[in-house]
Design a protein around this ligand. Sequence first.
Ligand code: PMV
Length: 311
Amino acid sequence: MNRINVTTSPSLALIKYWGKSDSVRNIPATSSLAITLDDLHTHTVVAEGLSDQVFINGEEAPIERFVPFFNNLRMATNSDMQFLAKSETNFPVAAGLASSSSGFAALAIGSALLIDPTISFRDVSQFARVGSASAARSVYGGFTVLRKDAEHADPLNLDWPELRVILAIVTEGEKPISSRKAMEFSRNTSPFYSEWINQSEIQFMECIQILHNKDLKTLGPIIRQSYLSMFSTMFTSTPPTIYWRPESVGLIQSCEEMRSEGINVWETMDAGPQVKMICLEDDQETILERLKKTHPKVEFLVSKVGGAPRL
Ligand code: PMV
Protein backbone atom coordinates (compact mmCIF):
# COMPACT_ATOMS: atom_id res chain seq x y z
CA MET A 1 0.00 0.00 0.00
CA ASN A 2 1.15 3.52 -0.78
CA ARG A 3 2.05 5.37 2.41
CA ILE A 4 4.05 8.43 3.42
CA ASN A 5 6.07 8.93 6.61
CA VAL A 6 6.46 12.55 7.70
CA THR A 7 8.21 14.09 10.69
CA THR A 8 7.45 17.73 11.54
CA SER A 9 8.17 20.08 14.43
CA PRO A 10 5.85 22.54 16.21
CA SER A 11 5.85 26.22 15.36
CA LEU A 12 6.46 28.65 18.24
CA ALA A 13 5.35 32.19 17.49
CA LEU A 14 7.53 35.07 18.67
CA ILE A 15 4.90 37.49 17.33
CA LYS A 16 1.51 35.89 17.87
CA TYR A 17 -1.43 35.01 15.70
CA TRP A 18 -4.64 35.37 17.71
CA GLY A 19 -8.01 35.90 16.04
CA LYS A 20 -9.41 35.18 12.60
CA SER A 21 -10.49 37.53 9.86
CA ASP A 22 -12.49 34.65 8.32
CA SER A 23 -13.39 31.93 10.78
CA VAL A 24 -14.91 29.61 8.15
CA ARG A 25 -11.75 29.55 6.01
CA ASN A 26 -9.51 29.94 9.06
CA ILE A 27 -7.70 33.06 7.88
CA PRO A 28 -5.60 34.88 10.52
CA ALA A 29 -6.40 38.46 11.52
CA THR A 30 -2.83 39.15 12.72
CA SER A 31 0.59 38.59 11.18
CA SER A 32 2.75 36.10 13.06
CA LEU A 33 6.46 35.35 13.03
CA ALA A 34 7.62 32.00 14.32
CA ILE A 35 10.41 29.47 14.71
CA THR A 36 10.08 25.70 14.43
CA LEU A 37 11.38 23.71 17.39
CA ASP A 38 13.93 21.21 16.17
CA ASP A 39 13.89 18.86 19.16
CA LEU A 40 10.13 18.30 19.37
CA HIS A 41 8.64 15.91 16.83
CA THR A 42 5.36 14.69 15.41
CA HIS A 43 5.81 11.55 13.36
CA THR A 44 2.87 10.71 11.10
CA VAL A 45 2.20 7.89 8.68
CA VAL A 46 -0.49 8.69 6.11
CA ALA A 47 -2.03 6.08 3.80
CA GLU A 48 -5.10 5.84 1.63
CA GLY A 49 -8.03 4.55 3.75
CA LEU A 50 -11.64 3.46 3.42
CA SER A 51 -12.79 6.52 5.37
CA ASP A 52 -10.95 9.42 7.04
CA GLN A 53 -9.46 8.26 10.34
CA VAL A 54 -6.82 9.88 12.53
CA PHE A 55 -5.03 8.26 15.46
CA ILE A 56 -2.94 10.38 17.84
CA ASN A 57 -0.56 8.58 20.18
CA GLY A 58 -2.53 5.33 19.75
CA GLU A 59 -6.03 6.76 20.27
CA GLU A 60 -8.55 7.52 17.56
CA ALA A 61 -9.22 11.28 17.49
CA PRO A 62 -12.80 12.62 16.99
CA ILE A 63 -12.99 13.17 13.23
CA GLU A 64 -15.04 16.44 13.39
CA ARG A 65 -11.88 18.45 14.03
CA PHE A 66 -10.41 17.12 10.76
CA VAL A 67 -13.45 17.32 8.45
CA PRO A 68 -12.85 20.90 7.14
CA PHE A 69 -9.19 20.05 6.47
CA PHE A 70 -9.89 16.82 4.53
CA ASN A 71 -12.83 18.29 2.61
CA ASN A 72 -10.86 21.37 1.57
CA LEU A 73 -7.89 19.24 0.49
CA ARG A 74 -10.10 17.01 -1.68
CA MET A 75 -11.93 19.95 -3.20
CA ALA A 76 -8.73 21.88 -3.99
CA THR A 77 -7.03 18.87 -5.58
CA ASN A 78 -10.12 17.45 -7.25
CA SER A 79 -9.61 14.11 -5.49
CA ASP A 80 -11.90 11.70 -3.65
CA MET A 81 -9.17 9.94 -1.68
CA GLN A 82 -9.87 9.06 1.98
CA PHE A 83 -7.04 8.88 4.51
CA LEU A 84 -5.81 6.81 7.42
CA ALA A 85 -3.29 8.77 9.51
CA LYS A 86 -1.37 7.61 12.58
CA SER A 87 0.52 10.21 14.50
CA GLU A 88 2.99 9.98 17.43
CA THR A 89 4.54 12.89 19.31
CA ASN A 90 7.54 13.06 21.66
CA PHE A 91 5.84 15.83 23.69
CA PRO A 92 2.40 16.32 25.34
CA VAL A 93 -0.50 17.14 22.97
CA ALA A 94 -3.19 19.83 23.39
CA ALA A 95 -1.25 21.31 26.31
CA GLY A 96 -0.15 24.59 24.71
CA LEU A 97 2.95 23.19 23.01
CA ALA A 98 1.61 23.78 19.50
CA SER A 99 0.98 20.09 18.80
CA SER A 100 -1.75 21.09 16.34
CA SER A 101 0.83 23.00 14.25
CA SER A 102 3.15 20.01 13.76
CA GLY A 103 0.19 17.60 13.64
CA PHE A 104 -1.73 19.33 10.85
CA ALA A 105 1.49 20.13 8.99
CA ALA A 106 2.46 16.44 8.95
CA LEU A 107 -1.06 15.44 7.93
CA ALA A 108 -1.14 18.04 5.15
CA ILE A 109 2.27 17.06 3.78
CA GLY A 110 1.47 13.32 3.86
CA SER A 111 -2.04 13.48 2.42
CA ALA A 112 -1.25 16.12 -0.23
CA LEU A 113 1.79 14.16 -1.43
CA LEU A 114 -0.31 11.00 -1.68
CA ILE A 115 -2.67 12.84 -4.02
CA ASP A 116 0.04 14.68 -5.97
CA PRO A 117 3.77 13.91 -5.43
CA THR A 118 4.70 17.14 -7.25
CA ILE A 119 2.61 19.47 -5.07
CA SER A 120 4.33 22.67 -3.86
CA PHE A 121 4.99 23.45 -0.19
CA ARG A 122 3.12 26.70 -0.64
CA ASP A 123 -0.03 24.72 -1.54
CA VAL A 124 0.59 22.35 1.35
CA SER A 125 0.91 25.34 3.70
CA GLN A 126 -2.47 26.54 2.47
CA PHE A 127 -4.08 23.13 3.11
CA ALA A 128 -2.52 22.92 6.58
CA ARG A 129 -3.88 26.38 7.49
CA VAL A 130 -7.46 25.11 7.21
CA GLY A 131 -6.70 22.60 10.01
CA SER A 132 -4.77 25.03 12.20
CA ALA A 133 -3.33 28.39 11.11
CA SER A 134 -0.05 27.83 12.97
CA ALA A 135 0.34 24.57 10.97
CA ALA A 136 0.74 26.69 7.82
CA ARG A 137 4.06 27.81 9.38
CA SER A 138 5.16 24.32 10.51
CA VAL A 139 5.18 23.13 6.90
CA TYR A 140 8.59 24.85 6.61
CA GLY A 141 11.53 24.68 8.99
CA GLY A 142 13.34 27.57 10.67
CA PHE A 143 11.93 31.10 10.72
CA THR A 144 8.53 31.62 9.10
CA VAL A 145 5.83 34.25 8.73
CA LEU A 146 2.09 33.96 8.27
CA ARG A 147 0.79 37.38 7.33
CA LYS A 148 -2.65 38.67 8.30
CA ASP A 149 -5.34 37.71 5.76
CA ALA A 150 -2.88 35.37 4.00
CA GLU A 151 -3.77 31.88 2.78
CA HIS A 152 -0.30 30.38 3.26
CA ALA A 153 2.84 30.99 5.30
CA ASP A 154 6.30 31.77 3.91
CA PRO A 155 9.79 30.80 5.06
CA LEU A 156 12.26 33.56 6.01
CA ASN A 157 15.82 33.33 4.86
CA LEU A 158 17.51 33.50 8.26
CA ASP A 159 19.79 31.20 10.18
CA TRP A 160 20.39 31.69 13.91
CA PRO A 161 22.07 28.52 15.20
CA GLU A 162 22.84 29.99 18.67
CA LEU A 163 19.17 30.59 19.49
CA ARG A 164 17.64 28.25 22.09
CA VAL A 165 14.16 27.74 23.52
CA ILE A 166 13.75 26.36 27.04
CA LEU A 167 10.24 24.95 27.40
CA ALA A 168 8.81 24.71 30.89
CA ILE A 169 6.11 22.02 31.12
CA VAL A 170 4.03 23.34 33.99
CA THR A 171 1.30 20.72 33.50
CA GLU A 172 0.84 18.00 30.91
CA GLY A 173 -2.97 18.04 31.13
CA GLU A 174 -5.02 19.08 28.11
CA LYS A 175 -6.01 22.74 28.08
CA PRO A 176 -9.52 23.54 29.38
CA ILE A 177 -10.54 25.40 26.22
CA SER A 178 -9.26 25.16 22.64
CA SER A 179 -7.41 28.09 21.09
CA ARG A 180 -10.06 28.11 18.37
CA LYS A 181 -12.87 28.82 20.88
CA ALA A 182 -10.82 31.21 23.02
CA MET A 183 -9.89 33.26 19.95
CA GLU A 184 -13.54 33.68 19.05
CA PHE A 185 -14.34 34.84 22.60
CA SER A 186 -11.56 37.43 22.28
CA ARG A 187 -12.74 38.58 18.87
CA ASN A 188 -16.42 38.77 19.77
CA THR A 189 -16.27 40.14 23.31
CA SER A 190 -12.95 41.73 24.32
CA PRO A 191 -13.00 45.56 24.23
CA PHE A 192 -9.23 45.40 23.61
CA TYR A 193 -9.45 43.16 20.53
CA SER A 194 -9.33 45.88 17.84
CA GLU A 195 -6.37 47.54 19.55
CA TRP A 196 -4.64 44.12 19.68
CA ILE A 197 -5.08 43.84 15.91
CA ASN A 198 -3.47 47.30 15.45
CA GLN A 199 -0.65 46.79 17.93
CA SER A 200 0.28 43.29 16.78
CA GLU A 201 0.86 44.56 13.23
CA ILE A 202 3.22 47.23 14.59
CA GLN A 203 5.04 44.58 16.67
CA PHE A 204 5.30 42.31 13.62
CA MET A 205 6.77 45.08 11.41
CA GLU A 206 9.26 46.07 14.13
CA CYS A 207 10.34 42.48 14.58
CA ILE A 208 10.76 41.88 10.83
CA GLN A 209 12.88 45.02 10.51
CA ILE A 210 15.37 44.12 13.22
CA LEU A 211 15.35 40.32 13.06
CA HIS A 212 18.31 40.12 10.66
CA ASN A 213 20.53 41.85 13.28
CA LYS A 214 20.07 38.74 15.44
CA ASP A 215 20.13 40.85 18.58
CA LEU A 216 18.02 39.14 21.23
CA LYS A 217 18.27 42.13 23.59
CA THR A 218 16.30 44.33 21.17
CA LEU A 219 13.95 41.58 19.96
CA GLY A 220 13.10 40.35 23.46
CA PRO A 221 10.92 43.30 24.54
CA ILE A 222 8.81 42.99 21.35
CA ILE A 223 8.40 39.23 21.86
CA ARG A 224 7.22 39.89 25.41
CA GLN A 225 4.88 42.67 24.33
CA SER A 226 3.29 40.39 21.74
CA TYR A 227 2.29 37.58 24.08
CA LEU A 228 1.17 39.95 26.85
CA SER A 229 -0.99 41.97 24.43
CA MET A 230 -2.51 38.72 23.13
CA PHE A 231 -3.36 37.59 26.67
CA SER A 232 -4.93 40.97 27.46
CA THR A 233 -7.70 40.08 24.96
CA MET A 234 -8.22 36.73 26.72
CA PHE A 235 -8.36 38.19 30.23
CA THR A 236 -10.94 40.76 29.10
CA SER A 237 -13.19 38.45 27.05
CA THR A 238 -16.56 37.08 28.19
CA PRO A 239 -16.11 34.46 29.48
CA PRO A 240 -12.48 35.26 30.32
CA THR A 241 -9.87 32.71 29.26
CA ILE A 242 -7.15 32.12 31.83
CA TYR A 243 -4.62 29.50 30.75
CA TRP A 244 -2.01 30.64 33.28
CA ARG A 245 -1.23 28.63 36.43
CA PRO A 246 0.62 29.90 39.53
CA GLU A 247 3.76 28.16 38.25
CA SER A 248 3.46 30.06 34.91
CA VAL A 249 3.48 33.38 36.77
CA GLY A 250 6.43 32.18 38.89
CA LEU A 251 8.38 31.42 35.71
CA ILE A 252 7.57 34.83 34.21
CA GLN A 253 8.88 36.43 37.41
CA SER A 254 12.03 34.28 37.34
CA CYS A 255 12.74 35.54 33.81
CA GLU A 256 12.26 39.10 34.97
CA GLU A 257 14.66 38.53 37.89
CA MET A 258 17.27 36.99 35.59
CA ARG A 259 16.98 39.92 33.18
CA SER A 260 17.49 42.37 36.05
CA GLU A 261 20.82 40.56 36.65
CA GLY A 262 21.77 41.00 33.01
CA ILE A 263 20.84 37.50 31.75
CA ASN A 264 19.38 37.66 28.26
CA VAL A 265 16.19 35.54 28.53
CA TRP A 266 12.72 36.38 27.17
CA GLU A 267 9.60 34.39 27.85
CA THR A 268 6.54 33.81 25.69
CA MET A 269 3.34 31.79 26.17
CA ASP A 270 0.58 30.32 24.00
CA ALA A 271 -2.86 28.83 24.58
CA GLY A 272 -1.82 26.90 27.68
CA PRO A 273 0.11 27.24 30.96
CA GLN A 274 3.55 26.36 29.56
CA VAL A 275 6.26 29.03 29.46
CA LYS A 276 8.79 29.11 26.63
CA MET A 277 12.00 30.99 27.32
CA ILE A 278 14.15 32.26 24.49
CA CYS A 279 17.87 32.66 25.07
CA LEU A 280 21.27 32.10 23.48
CA GLU A 281 23.31 28.91 23.65
CA ASP A 282 25.94 30.47 25.96
CA ASP A 283 23.35 31.31 28.65
CA GLN A 284 21.35 28.09 28.39
CA GLU A 285 23.09 26.17 31.22
CA THR A 286 23.04 29.10 33.68
CA ILE A 287 19.32 29.65 33.03
CA LEU A 288 18.41 25.97 33.26
CA GLU A 289 20.36 25.47 36.50
CA ARG A 290 18.63 28.46 38.03
CA LEU A 291 15.13 27.40 36.90
CA LYS A 292 15.55 23.83 38.15
CA LYS A 293 16.34 25.23 41.61
CA THR A 294 13.49 27.78 41.69
CA HIS A 295 10.90 25.47 40.02
CA PRO A 296 11.75 21.89 41.09
CA LYS A 297 8.34 20.49 40.05
CA VAL A 298 8.55 21.76 36.47
CA GLU A 299 9.92 19.65 33.62
CA PHE A 300 12.20 21.46 31.16
CA LEU A 301 12.93 20.68 27.50
CA VAL A 302 15.48 22.52 25.38
CA SER A 303 15.27 23.02 21.63
CA LYS A 304 17.22 24.61 18.82
CA VAL A 305 15.55 26.27 15.84
CA GLY A 306 15.26 24.13 12.73
CA GLY A 307 12.71 21.47 12.37
CA ALA A 308 12.34 21.25 8.61
CA PRO A 309 9.91 18.43 7.75
CA ARG A 310 11.49 15.08 6.93
CA LEU A 311 9.99 12.52 4.60
O1 PMV B 1 -3.13 27.57 15.08
P1 PMV B 1 -3.85 27.46 16.36
O2 PMV B 1 -5.32 27.46 16.19
O3 PMV B 1 -3.38 26.30 17.20
O4 PMV B 1 -3.54 28.80 17.22
C1 PMV B 1 -2.25 29.15 17.64
C2 PMV B 1 -2.31 30.31 18.52
C3 PMV B 1 -1.05 30.61 19.32
O5 PMV B 1 -0.27 29.48 19.54
C4 PMV B 1 -1.47 31.17 20.68
C5 PMV B 1 -0.21 31.70 18.64
C6 PMV B 1 0.56 31.29 17.42
O6 PMV B 1 0.77 32.17 16.57
O7 PMV B 1 1.01 30.14 17.31
